[in-house]
Design a protein around this ligand. Sequence first.
Ligand SMILES: [Zn+2]
Length: 155
Amino acid sequence: MRCPYCGFIDQKVLDSRPARDGEAIRRRRECLACGRRFTTFEAPERPRLFVVKRDGSREEFSREKTFESMRIACRKRPVPMDALRDAAERIERDLFQEFEEETPSTAIGERVMRELQALDGVAYVRFASVYRAFESPTDFWEVLDSVRQEEPLAR
Ligand SMILES: [Zn+2]
């Protein structure tokens, strides 16, 4: 990065130490051109993943939303909440590993279906029937909304 005093791009790092309760690294640097010292902080970016919707708009992926939809699909089924939480976590982790910044809606759909299929056949069929009622699989993120809003599955 550039020296804030002279704009030169290279520095010597004099010292590195944890900062902000270990959430960042603080580095003391000395500019190789002008010799002045300054401090930088390095911290991980909060990982975010956006689902691209049918109309082209984007919504941030939410593990909670994914979990809620699966929970509703599993209503009155002998599926432990812990198993659903684990499933939602697996889906999230998997998506973050495979995609950067954006995920196709279908990628979420496939994973939710796979998890539900392994957990409970009835819940899987419930979910799949809502899923199929949508014209295109790219609507998957909206399927989650639909499942949550109407709860049409609990008949
Ligand atoms: Zn400088």
